[in-house]
Design a protein around this ligand. Structure first.
Ligand SMILES: Nc1ncnc2c1ncn2[C@@H]1O[C@H](COP(=O)(O)OP(=O)(O)OP(=O)(O)O)[C@@H](O)[C@H]1O
Length: 600
């Protein structure tokens, strides 16, 4: 899903964006640059030494000179090897650091985005960007850029040296250049197009795999393993096909450029051979010349290959920077207003309108609601009435489109997000845990809590009993999303987590699915304990909750239809009476929740 808001960078534009990230590593880069120059000079000197060696051996028939030059060459290459090693280490250390920072920066940018941002994207795709697009950039930084510098030096150096040796032969060598440029331009664009396609389909495939793994029970219960595997295979197949097309484009690029370059060498050999035969050139000079021609040919080939890499990296970088540049939908206030201390915890909705996007219908239309400090308000209404949406506006998971939500008289938009959210505890309908130990999950509520505090919170949430029953107690491992626990256990851990957070305001979304009577009782008890002394907005699905609440608010079609106590509403609100009648049959049968996911 492209982000239209971001600027498109040019092909080399990403290097400009990377430059500030390279700045802290200036000294290492300069040193690496110096090493590249020195090793390149050694390589460039090689043909000259070879000329001396050959001419000394063959023209002067001097065995001593031959030995000395051979030894000198060995020493020179030993030095070059050491310097190359140092240069590789330096560039690797810079690229590893820069790429790690880029990944961290991207994660920071993503984790600060609103739930709406994630609702519009596939999570697996974002993970893939974080892994593979950044990986492509790493390759270019680590190998591509140093090679670009080295081969550039080879090209210029060798050209200068051959021109000094024999300008006419140089012209023959240079015939390869326009051919290489043309071919590079033609094939390079294709390489980029296929690379972008590969990264995109790979991201889609990874996103699909991730979705399947996290919802494996749904997949298996519908017997869709084969079907999912085939869909995955189709996407991977498309990646493979594009990979092959890219390989063809690349091979075409390299092949054509190599042919042009080596064609030029043959031309030099032919022309130079005639000069040697005519006595205008020594054999040593021709060999030196040939070595330079090979160097030039190699440089042109490498630079063409590098062009392909650049095209690929540019596509990856573009997508990364689009994500990095994506503006936050929820901005931190420029000069945040502090919440009063101590916080009373009153919540007020003032003519609040909300829709999820400009082209979508209103979900909330002019909601006015006052929740006094310490009050328990039950929000009821038919499915889709906007109850969860209303609750989500308090911790600013979304911003109201019009109107104001405020806490103790301070609009939530003007409070620093961290302070705002620290004041609010949320127990969702289906609490999710993280893969880790029970303790890790509880500490999410307060990383600094002592083991005693953790246990106290677990006791108050009626979780200590079952935790103690586990072989590893608080260190028991719970699987991905807490899959190894029962629904009721997960809910009680989620409640304990909020106990540790000690928020002033609570948002509860009651589970609409039924737990067994015992488990239900424990969860209700834990929630009652949690609500004590806190301002609570509970999206109610149970009669008992509604009856206990200080006030009931009936939401219908995005507007408040009625408010009052249970008895008042039975008289006054047709919507409530209807919800209640449906609930009544269930209530007689036990404490089962409402049918159709509706509130009473
Ligand atoms: N992220 C979203 N993007 C677009 N529309 C959404 C989004 N989330 C909810 N909606 C829509 O907003 C409306 C209100 O949804 P909401 O979840 O607030 O209702 P609810 O009263 O909590 O329902 P339920 O009791 O079934 O949970 C629905 O029509 C729903 O389709």
């Amino acid at each position: 899903m492209p982000d239209s808001t971001t600027s498109r960078t040019g092909k080399l534009g990403f290097l400009r964006r990377l430059a500030p990230r390279l700045r802290p590593w200036r000294s290492r880069l300069v040193l690496a640059g110096v090493l590249i120059v020195v090793t390149s000079v050694i390589s460039l000197a090689f043909p000259l030494v070879v000329r001396e060696l050959l001419d000394a051996a063959f023209l002067e028939s001097s065995m001593g000179t031959l030995d000395r030059i051979a030894l000198f060459l060995l020493g020179l290459f030993a030095v070059q090897a050491v310097l190359n090693f140092a240069q590789s280490y330096l560039t690797a250390s810079v690229s590893e650091n820069v790429v790690a920072e880029l990944r961290i920066e991207l994660f920071d940018a993503l984790v600060g985005q609103s739930p709406g941002f994630f609702a519009r994207r596939r999570v697996g795709e974002l993970s893939s960007r974080l892994a593979s697009d950044v990986g492509v950039l790493q390759q270019v930084l680590r190998f591509g850029v140093p090679e670009l510098v080295r081969q550039g030096l080879f090209l210029v150096g060798a050209l200068v040296l051959v021109t000094a040796t024999n300008p006419r032969l140089t012209l023959v060598t240079l015939t390869a250049v326009p051919v290489a440029i043309l071919v590079g331009w033609l094939f390079g664009r294709r390489v980029r197009r296929y690379s972008t396609g590969i990264q995109d389909t790979l991201a889609t495939a990874v996103a699909r795999a991730e979705q399947v793994f996290t919802q494996i029970r749904t997949v298996q219960s519908f017997n869709r393993e084969r079907w999912e595997a085939e869909a995955f295979a189709r996407e991977i197949g498309s990646t493979r096909d594009q990979g092959l097309q890219r390989a063809v484009a690349r091979a075409g690029l390299t092949g054509a450029v190599t042919f042009a370059a080596f064609g030029a060498i043959v031309a030099v050999l032919w022309q130079g051979g005639r000069l040697v035969l005519a006595g205008d050139l020594t054999a040593g000079t021709l060999v030196a010349f040939l070595l330079y021609a090979v160097t030039i040919a190699g440089a042109i080939t490498s630079l063409a290959g590098f062009w392909g890499n650049i095209q690929e990296a540019s596509g990856a970088a573009q997508r990364l920077f689009e994500l990095l540049d994506h503006p936050r939908e929820l901005d931190e206030p420029a000069s945040p207003r502090p919440l009063p201390r101590p916080l009373d915890g009153s919540v007020r909705f003032d003519r609040v309108f909300f829709r999820y996007a400009d082209d979508q219908p209103w979900v909330l239309e002019g909601v006015d609601l006052d929740i006094h400090s310490g009050q328990q308000v039950a929000l009821v209404g038919p499915s889709g009435a906007g109850k969860s949406t209303l609750a989500a506006l308090i911790p600013r998971f979304f911003d109201s489109s019009r109107g104001t939500v405020s806490i103790d008289g301070v609009p939530v938009r003007e409070v620093a997000l961290e302070e705002l959210r620290a004041a609010i505890g949320v127990v969702p309908q289906e609490p999710m845990l993280f893969a880790g130990t029970i303790r890790d999950n509880l500490l999410y509520g307060d990383p600094d809590a002592s083991p005693e505090q953790v246990e106290e919170a677990a006791r108050r949430a009626h979780a200590h009993e079952f935790i103690s029953g586990f072989p590893d107690g608080y260190d028991q491992w719970v699987g991905e999303r807490g899959i190894t626990l029962s629904g009721g256990q997960r809910q009680r851990l989620a409640i304990a987590r909020v106990f540790l957070k000690r928020p002033r305001i609570l948002i509860l979304d009651e589970a609409s699915s039924s737990l067994d009577a015992e488990s239900e009782h424990l969860v209700q008890d834990a929630l009652q304990e949690l609500m004590k002394g806190r301002t609570t907005l509970v999206i109610a699905h149970r009669l008992s909750t509604v009856i206990r609440a200080d006030r009931i608010v009936v939401l219908d079609g995005g507007a408040i239809e009625a408010r009052g106590t249970h008895a008042e509403l039975l008289d006054r609100s047709a919507v409530y009476a209807r919800l209640y009648r449906r609930q009544f049959a269930d209530a007689l049968a036990g404490s089962a929740p409402l049918a159709d996911g509706e509130s009473p």
